[in-house]
Design a protein around this ligand. Sequence first.
Ligand SMILES: Nc1ncnc2c1ncn2[C@@H]1O[C@H](COP(=O)(O)OP(=O)(O)OP(=O)(O)O)[C@@H](O)[C@H]1O
Length: 257
Amino acid sequence: MREQNQKLALQFKNVDFHYKNDAGGIPILKNMNLSVADGEFVSIIGASGSGKSTIFRLIVGLEEQTGGSIYLNEKRVTDRSGKVGYMPQQDLLMPWRTVQQNAALPLELHKESRLGRRAVPDLLEAFGLKGYEDKYPHELSGGMRQRVSFLRATLSGSNVLLLDEPFSALDAMTRLFMQEWLLEQWEEQQSTILFITHDISEALFLSDRIFVITDTPFTTLKEIEVPLERPRRQQDSDKKEVMKLKNNLLEQFRMRV
Ligand SMILES: Nc1ncnc2c1ncn2[C@@H]1O[C@H](COP(=O)(O)OP(=O)(O)OP(=O)(O)O)[C@@H](O)[C@H]1O
């Protein structure tokens, strides 16, 4: 496992949240606590509609909790807009902007980024986009669009990145390569990643810990530690202890279908 420091990158303390509706509200989080260490890779899995994206929307500040507090890097931050890197479910690249212009958008919005404009050429190369700087999104493959979108989240300059099903639209082979690539970037940038997926194998391959939503509304999430050393390769997922975890998780979800 990668060296983690004792600092917390993210913490929910007694957080309540419900969506408003005519019937009085749809409760999602009830007095919920959660901690993610700086440098950790954590996945969140759960059934469709269980509240995974809502957790991200609260962290990003797109929704406001009705109770409790959310801490980023151990500071209680009330205005979290632009303070974390966020890659939503669809890549949301702007079709009229080039690769470079799409990726560098956070630098236009938030001038004081940890990485800064000078990092852009190096990062474009690291993200396999060198030579494509002036192309438009429709000229790219699915995997490339995902990489531009991830680069944009990275350029927010935050040490915390939230990735919401980033690989769901990719073919199976590209997806496997993108997972390995993502782990390399995570190591390189020393970031903290929260990753939503429906794919149990993907969560096991990538994560230090997996948070499982078993019921909604939820107070705690079930936590699973993944017993794999780093660096990892796809074939590590075939190890006996990982297969056992996978089968247990599949069984849990099967009972809910
Ligand atoms: N803006 C909204 N107003 C009212 N209800 C909402 C709103 N957004 C989400 N919900 C409801 O809140 C619940 C949780 O939604 P959320 O998008 O967090 O689920 P999810 O686990 O991310 O789902 P999926 O895996 O399908 O993306 C769902 O029942 C959804 O219908």
